[in-house]
Design a protein around this ligand. Structure first.
Ligand code: ATP
Ligand code: MG
Length: 350
């Protein structure tokens, strides 16, 4: 069946890296039964500066008819920081209720981790971050602003429904894996005695339905230490919005940096959006030297979530080979251009 992909190349290096991902997906079509239909949406800085529009309701209605959104990056020095990120990325995330942020932490070659003696077998986990509430709900305010008596509060909003749906997704994800099946809840329940008490109760309650999944608990402070010392202890991790934000960046570094970090904003019942974690990198835009591997891995995750894990694994394997053979851009130690990396990946898929 044809899968309809909405492509938002975005700003800076976005278009350069996304076109490599599309190239790889087209190659995948040639060698498998997969069939994609791509449509580009010119959202981003250029469009905003010309029209004043970020994402209109009409565009959202159209996007709702796609199977997935594939996004490069938004952000431009000519636009005030945050405008494009909030007006495009966050707006799409909330409009499509993408309540899960999936962040794989996988090391493809031992040379790329700053951790001593860790191999790809040790660093291979999936972090499932709650993506819509928690401390990032935007609830709070100021009392006596700009006085010496000022009190600024930021509330951590945790709803049963919100915690339940992300925890269930994480259990399902763990259960559907072929090898190890372990889920770790990462929280701060010893201090956040209301908010994370709810997380604990939901984790235990749902755990009864997932007896085949090993269930573990880790306080977030201990988690940061363990991620560095014993990353092999983790398989699937479920956590709240803020802790997910922090530990996924730690995770990105131990897997080889932003050039390889991928993010899936998932609504299992709706339209999900896949993107490299890095930004628009205006300093190197247009030079054909941006590393396209994170964007290609985002495409691979999109294929996996659309239900084609075998094909996704092929793309991931090609990325792994290109890293092992130094067929990469300068930031990863290679000497290829962005385009050449894409072409190399396609040749590996053949
Ligand atoms: P934004 O505001 O869009 O998030 P930023 O300046 O915060 O951008 P990034 O764009 O994520 O941060 O990247 C920071 C720097 O890392 C870039 O300026 C660039 O030099 C480098 N960089 C980021 N992504 C890549 C990439 N894919 N390939 C090569 N270098 C990159
Ligand atoms: Mg950034």
């Amino acid at each position: 069946m044809t899968k309809r992909i909405a492509v938002i190349p975005g700003d800076g290096i976005g278009p350069e890296v996304v076109s490599q991902g599309v190239k790889v997906l087209k190659k995948l079509e040639e060698i498998s039964d997969l069939d994609f239909e791509f449509k580009e949406f010119p959202l981003g800085a250029e469009h905003y500066l010309k029209t004043g529009e970020l994402v209109t309701d009409e565009v959202k209605e159209e996007l709702a008819n796609f199977d997935a959104i594939y996004l490069g990056a938004v952000g431009d020095p000519r636009v005030e920081p945050g405008v494009l990120e909030h007006g495009i990325l966050l707006d799409l995330r909330f409009s499509f209720d993408q309540y899960i942020n999936l962040r794989p932490i996988r090391l493809y070659d031992s040379r790329f981790t700053p951790l001593k003696d860790k191999s790809p077998a040790d660093i291979d986990m999936m972090i499932v971050r709650e993506n819509t509430e928690g401390l990032y709900s935007g609830v709070g305010g100021f009392l006596k602003k700009d006085t010496e008596d000022e009190v600024a509060t930021q509330e951590m909003v945790n709803t049963y429904k919100g915690v339940e749906r992300v925890t269930r997704y994480a259990y399902e994800y763990a259960k559907n894996q072929s090898q190890e099946q372990k889920l770790t809840l990462c929280d701060k329940s010893n201090v956040l005695t209301y908010a994370h008490d709810l997380w604990q109760r939901v984790f235990v309650e749902l755990g009864k339905e997932y007896k085949s999944v090993d269930q573990d608990h880790m306080l977030v402070d201990a988690m940061t230490m363990k991620l560095v010392r014993n990353p092999e202890d983790f398989d699937v991790v479920v956590t709240c919005n803020m802790f997910g934000d922090i530990i996924t960046d730690l995770g990105a570094e131990i897997q080889g940096g932003m050039g390889l970090a991928v993010s899936g904003n998932i609504n299992p019942e709706g339209v999900s959006m896949f993107e490299p974690v890095h930004g628009s990198a205006p300093d190197i835009a247009g030079e054909n030297k941006a590393n396209p591997l994170a964007a290609v891995l985002a495409a691979s995750m999109m294929v996996e979530i659309l239900g084609y894990s075998k094909e996704a694994a092929k793309v991931e394997k090609a990325v792994k080979l290109s890293l092992q053979n130094d067929q990469t851009t300068p930031d990863m130690g290679g000497s290829l251009t962005t385009d050449q990396v894409g072409d190399h990946l396609c040749s590996l898929l053949e």
